[in-house]
Design a binder for this molecule. Sequence first.
Ligand SMILES: Nc1ncnc2c1ncn2[C@@H]1O[C@H](COP(=O)(O)OP(=O)(O)OP(=O)(O)O)[C@@H](O)[C@H]1O
Ligand SMILES: [Mg+2]
Length: 248
Amino acid sequence: MSYALETKGLKRQFGAFLATNDVNLQVKQGARHALIGPNGAGKTTLINLLTGVLAPSAGRIILNGEDITETPPHQRVQKGVTRTFQINRLFNDFTPLESITLAIGERDGIGGNLWRPLSSYKPAIDEAAALLERFGLASVMGERTAILPYGKQRLLEIAIAFASGPKVLLLDEPAAGVPEDERHEVLSIVSALPADVTVVLIEHDMDLVFSFADHISVLVAGAIFAEGSVQEIAGDPRVKAVYLGESA
Ligand SMILES: Nc1ncnc2c1ncn2[C@@H]1O[C@H](COP(=O)(O)OP(=O)(O)OP(=O)(O)O)[C@@H](O)[C@H]1O
Ligand SMILES: [Mg+2]
C-alpha cells in the first residue's frame, strides 16, 4: 500500500515535554482523514511537522513514497503539501476573486509581473471564477472579504489553499468559530473535492467528523491513541472515555 502521507516514529520535544510521541500516521491516497483529540493533544504540532514549520526531534515524514523530512516548507508546498490555519489569515480588503486569482498567479509563477498585458490574466481569472463556484463563493466573489459571513471566509481560505494545486490538504479546524448553520456546508464542500486530493482534517465537533471522515486517528498526549473507521471510533469505549474525561 502506498500512502499519500506517512510518518514513521515522529517525535517533537519542547524542552522535556513530548508534544509528538512516536507517531506513525498513515494517510491513504484520496482519504478524508480526520485527526481528533482533546485540546493540547498535539494535533496542530503534527501539522506543523508535516508542513515543515517545525523540525521533528526524531522520525521521518514521507510524501507519496518520497522522504521529505529535510525538505523546507516552501518546497513541500511545491510538492503538494498545503495547509490552512486554526486562525483565519485572509486579506480583508481583497475580494474572493482577487485573492484566488493571486493564488493561481503565484502557483503558475506569474504573480507580480507588472509587464504582462492585463488580458493574459484572463485564464487565471476564469479559473478563479470556476473555483469560487466549487466553493459556494460565486455569489460573493466581488465583495470585500471583511463583510462575508464567517463560514464563507473559512471557505475562501480553503479555496486559496486548493488553488495552489495540492495533493494533500491539511485543514486545522476549518469550521472553528463558524456558526452552527454554516459548518456543514464548509465540510461538505471539502468532502466533495476531487478524489486525487487527500484531505487531513482537524476538528473537534464529532458530528462533523463522523459525517466527513472515512478514517479517524485519535491523538492523546502526543501519541496515536486509537485509529479506525468512523464506526470503529464512534463505538470505541476508550475514545468515549477520553472525551468524557475532557468534558467532566
Ligand atoms: N512552540 C511550543 N513551545 C512549547 N510548547 C508547545 C509549543 N507548541 C505547542 N506546544 C505544546 O504542545 C502541546 C500540543 O499543542 P498543540 O497546539 O499541538 O495541541 P492541539 O491538539 O492542536 O490543541 P487544540 O485542540 O487546543 O488546538 C500543548 O501542550 C502545547 O502547549
Ligand atoms: Mg490545534
